[in-house]
Design a protein around this ligand. Structure first.
Ligand code: UDX
Length: 437
């Protein structure tokens, strides 16, 4: 199928490459010319496992093009909207200006029978408003809301083999036509019996934000338990293992630690609360305020723990921070708990040396005052304390004996509960973690 994808960020670049790989003819469009230049050369503008290989192989088929001109969407039958919806400055609500601009810029290039497919995460009500705009410009064009559930670090896998497909249609009972066209786009996944839910716009929009709200709540639930564990000497990791064995609860997303961050969960729960307020149902989501607060307290608690292991004051203490990205296998530092803690430590007088396998450059752009280095050896040399703030595989597998020769003091704070305390203590380390004795 002839497809255009408007927006080539974490979502759109991966979506473009995956659709081309699946056999479609795709043009990815973005107003950022640097991003387009990099994608044209087959280089991913951000770190995402599998994406460079996919850009190369899809590029070689001739089915994947990139452009900075929306006019190049002309001729495509399906147009995906994959631009960002960041948090508005100084407000909880989502900023829809990029979505609105993307749809507006596309209107002159739509042909009869085209389908516009929204993938961006938007406040409920947006799709219906955009559908009116699109049909006013051309009454034969329809709009589908098809939320995306990809996780950074697994974006390629999640796009090719999603858990489920959700199509929000203007009139799901009366005219399901656009669903059949979208089925052709996702023929591969559907052949593997991926569940597909056809619904109205509002439900489709809410599926996405409520899924993220649930995930955020699950993380904050276990982090709230970690606070109670800290007050009682219990171990939150064993607690999570034990409750997770109940199938109704499940162990995934019950990793206590520094909490959630990134470009999605924090801003999505805030935008959801803001939208609920506009709809007069703010009480229904007031618990998300607590979810947000529990999450933010973890960052402060981690700084307090650092102060504690440094003997009551951070001033002049040399602290090695391992991990700056908001999660492993990503170079994304948007609302990263790790970078937030590193910055707080530095601002409170510690001499922080931070490192990360992929996120050093992005972290430097966001927080230029931090001293960032390339390797674990450089970061930890003569350190008074080592802090693991993002659970990259290379940090989970660190050898405590090897690291013990480099540091100044064998003190480690495991901000992600990703190390085995017994192994580290047996190697002579003082081990501290959130929610564990
Ligand atoms: C999330 C959703 O998972 C995805 O479905 C949606 O489309 C976009 O938002 P992502 O932002 O890539 O994806 O990250 P995710 O893997 O959900 O992790 C979010 C944050 O939660 C990370 O900071 C991670 O470290 C933290 N987390 C995750 C925990 O603290 N504990 C856990 O048990 C799981």
């Amino acid at each position: 199928m002839q497809i255009s994808v408007i927006g080539c960020g974490y979502l759109g670049a991966v979506h473009s490459a995956c659709l081309a790989e699946l056999g479609h003819d795709v043009v990815g469009i973005d107003i950022d010319e640097n991003k387009i230049a990099s994608l044209r050369e087959g280089n991913a503008p951000f770190f995402e496992p599998g994406l460079p290989e996919l850009l190369r192989s899809a590029g070689e088929t001739g089915r994947l093009r990139f452009s900075s001109e929306t006019a190049d969407a002309r001729g495509a039958r399906i147009h995906f909207i994959a631009v960002g919806t960041p948090q508005k400055k100084g407000e909880n609500a989502a900023d829809l200006r990029f979505v609105d601009a993307a749809v507006e810029s596309l209107l002159p290039y739509l042909s009869d029978g085209d389908i516009v497919v929204g993938k961006s995460t938007v406040p409920v009500g947006t799709a219906r408003r955009l559908a009116e705009r699109v049909t006013a410009a051309n009454s034969t064009v329809s709009l589908v809301w098809n939320p995306e559930f990809l996780r950074e670090g697994f974006a390629v896998q999640d796009t090719i083999s999603p858990d489920r497909l959700v199509y929000g249609l203007q009139d799901p009972a009366g005219s399901p036509g656009p669903a059949a066209v979208l089925d052709e786009v996702y023929a591969g996944a559907l052949a593997r019996e991926t569940p597909r839910i056809i619904t109205d716009y509002e439900t489709a929009e809410l599926v996405k934000v409520s899924a993220n709200a649930f995930l955020a709540t699950k993380i904050s639930f276990i982090n709230a338990m970690a606070e109670v564990c800290e007050a009682t000497g219990a171990d939150v990791t064993q607690l999570a293992d034990a409750i997770g064995l109940d199938n109704r609860i499940g162990r995934r997303f019950l990793n206590a630690g520094l909490g959630f961050g990134g470009g999605c969960l924090p801003k999505d729960i805030r935008a959801f609360m803001a939208r609920a307020g506009e709809l007069g149902v703010d009480q229904a989501l007031s618990f998300l305020r607590e979810v947000d607060a529990i999450n933010m307290r973890r960052r402060n608690r981690t700084v307090d723990l650092a102060r504690e292991v440094c003997g009551g004051s951070l001033i002049g203490r040399k602290i090695a921070v391992l991990g700056l990205a908001f999660k492993p296998d990503s170079d994304d530092v948007r609302d990263s708990p790790a970078l937030n803690v590193a910055a707080q430590l530095q601002l409170q007088g510690a001499a922080v040396l931070g490192t990360d396998p992929q996120a050093v450059d992005n972290a430097r752009l966001r927080f230029p005052e931090l001293t960032l280095v390339k390797t674990v050896e450089e970061a930890t040399e003569a350190a008074d304390a080592v802090m693991i703030l993002t659970e990259w595989k290379e940090y989970r597998q660190l050898d405590p004996h090897w690291l013990g020769q480099i540091v100044g003091a064998k003190t480690i704070v495991d901000g992600r509960n990703c190390l085995d305390p017994l192994t580290w203590r047996a190697a002579g380390w003082r081990y501290r973690a959130l929610g564990r004795p």
